[in-house]
Design a protein around this ligand. Sequence first.
Ligand code: GRF
Length: 213
Amino acid sequence: MKRIVILVSGRGSNMEAILRARIPGAAIVAVLSNRPDAAGLATAHAQGIATLALDHRDFADREVFDAALAERIEGFTPDLVVLAGYMRILSDAFVRRFEGRLLNIHPSLLPAFPGLHTHRRAIEAGARVAGSSVHFVTPELDVGPIVIQAVVPVLPDDDEASLAARVLEQEHRIYPQAVRWFVEGRLTLVEGRVRVRDATVPAAGWTSPPLED
Ligand code: GRF
């Protein structure tokens, strides 16, 4: 059984998608948050999962907080740590401690639009497609090796909210898939890129809409 710890800061819908997937061979052993009021914590608690809140505002700085968080995580002896809407930048020491067993989901087609406000930036850039990426975490923000991505169209009338909703629906598909691959031991890193052993080739994906006359 692979032991998984999930970190959330808010809503926790990706966490829920992973729970719903009931991945064979995976046990979600705890959900932790830097925000005591994170809705995701309450959801996990209601499902009988161990939860823990560690308020970053109670710590002197990022390094001290991350060290305390890492200790708590290690207490659950995880094989995998899943960031699901965890909205704090991680210190290098934290990332190194969990490197290779730390996944994140970012709501853009990396390497485009790392950082915040991805949907707004995609719309402002006139991007025809947007999406989401699950990647292994490395010290540089939103840069680690990509495991899986989902693509959605950017429609002419989209605003941040409508695009975010379209992307989120796909996030709920790809994050459980990435976790499943990890649990099945099918992910390897080769020269900084992810190989997925025996992955079925996906059906032809969505492509940019035809140009109008
Ligand atoms: C998702 O869009 C994820 O890509 C980003 O934060 C959002 C979290 O949503 N990192 P939720 O808390 O999983 O509902």
